[in-house]
Design a protein around this ligand. Structure first.
Ligand code: ATP
Length: 386
């Protein structure tokens, strides 16, 4: 097992644009780190720099305290698990798993190979398939063979590049649980690139969010969700996304296009004196006002909303409220939407309502917002002011 230290890492490809721009991350021994961010933000580049498949333009990479910038990939003792599995089609499952051991015989003698492969296969529930070829396996089984190959190497760290993205949703869920258990059992330092919010939130001890090669925030999943450092992280983490509303402070309230809000003093102070701020509020911090207990109603504000439509999902439902975005923040919101998913900003609020709510599309309804959970962002810097 190993620590991995990225110190001011920079990667410039031929076009000179830094795909990784001054990224510093200290990964503890045994820690599970997730790298997330929109397509092209540099996740795979950073992973490939760690494993040695990309040169480092500047900065230092230390594994167990030793600088490895110029050390060849095979001498870094790291195991990479790819999304396309990278299995040899003509070899059996056994031989695929044994492959790294056969390449490096002085590390394990022949008898040892058999034992190691069977132990890994046991952990991954592959014992019955050892004589099969990859072509006769399901996607999930192939991914487990790729994992087996990483395990037998007894590498200092595992590096995963979107390992589950070729699997269907159900299998992804099963494999996710298996990877989490395996990592806990083996305690091997792991770095995992994903697009998938659920993988990021459930697998990682910490999650690093990247935007255009720059590290935005690295924190536990809960901290990222509850205390996003800026607009970008706030919008990226969470599904459905956090809602953003232009607002300004006036007479003790925050004025927004969907209503005037009573907010805690700290939130008011954060907005006070500014021409305009952006309020961030997650869908689950709204509720059908009729269903809110008296005990907590006072912690928020009730407003009347035009509900355009609702979506019923069984365990909850989403209601949609449209509003007119202030021109002054439209630019910021468009920019944010482009960074997050390449689309234009859609000025609507998504509210998660209890499944028993009778609010329906095309109606006016009383909606409650838990204003304690609001975030106040500076539209110019994107900083979270709360
Ligand atoms: P995705 O989620 O789509 O896989 P990513 O976050 O992993 O994206 P990278 O593949 O690391 O992103 O790419 C980061 C940036 O570097 C992108 O702008 C990409 O176009 C660029 N890039 C990646 N590989 C090369 C290369 N070999 N030569 C030039 N530019 C590259």
């Amino acid at each position: 097992m190993a620590t991995i230290e990225c110190k001011n890492l920079v990667k410039k490809y031929d076009d000179g644009f830094p795909a990784i721009n001054d990224v510093s991350i200290d990964i503890a021994d045994g820690e599970f780190i997730i790298l997330v961010g929109p397509s092209g933000c540099g996740k795979s580049t950073l992973l490939r720099m760690i494993v040695g498949l990309e040169d480092i333009t500047s900065g230092d990479l230390l594994i167990d305290g030793k600088r490895v910038n110029e050390v060849a990939p095979r001498d870094r003792n790291l195991s990479m698990v790819f999304q396309n599995y990278a299995l040899y089609p003509h070899l059996t499952v056994f031989e695929n798993i044994a492959f790294p051991l056969r390449l490096n015989k002085n590390k394990a003698e022949a008898g040892n190979i058999d034992e190691k492969v069977r132990r890994a296969a046991d952990m991954l529930d592959l014992n019955e398939h050892l004589d099969r070829k990859p072509g006769n396996l399901s996607g999930g089984q192939r991914q487990r063979v790729a994992m087996g190959r990483a395990i037998v190497r007894e590498a200092d760290a595992f590096l995963f590049d979107e390992p589950l993205s070729n699997l269907d949703a159900k299998l992804r869920g099963q494999m996710r649980t298996q990877i989490a258990q395996l990592q806990r059992t083996l305690g091997t330092t792991s770095v995992y690139v994903t697009h998938d919010q659920t993988e990021a939130m459930t697998l990682g001890d910490r999650v690093a969010v990247l935007k255009r090669g720059v590290l935005q925030q690295i924190a536990s999943p809960r901290e990222l969700y509850e205390q996003p450092i800026n607009l970008f992280v706030a919008g990226f983490i969470g599904s459905p996304e956090m809602n953003f509303l232009p607002a300004h402070a006036e007479n003790g309230q925050l004025r927004t296009p969907i209503g005037d809000l009573e907010v805690p003093e700290g939130h008011y102070k954060a907005a006070e004196g500014k021409k305009i701020v952006l309020l961030g509020v997650r869908p689950e911090h709204f509720e059908d006002a009729k269903l809110v207990d008296d005990g907590i109603r006072d912690h928020g504000t009730v407003f009347t909303a035009d509900i355009t439509h609702t979506e019923w999902l069984g365990n909850e439902q989403y209601g949609y409220i449209r509003y007119d975005a202030d021109q002054e923040v439209k630019g910021t919101l468009d920019e944010l939407a482009k960074d997050l998913d390449g689309d234009e900003f859609n000025p609507q609020v998504v509210v998660a309502l209890d499944s028993t709510s009778r609010i329906r599309g095309g109606q006016q309804a009383e909606v409650w917002m838990d204003t304690r959970k609001l975030h106040v962002f500076d539209p110019e810097t994107g900083d979270n002011l709360t």
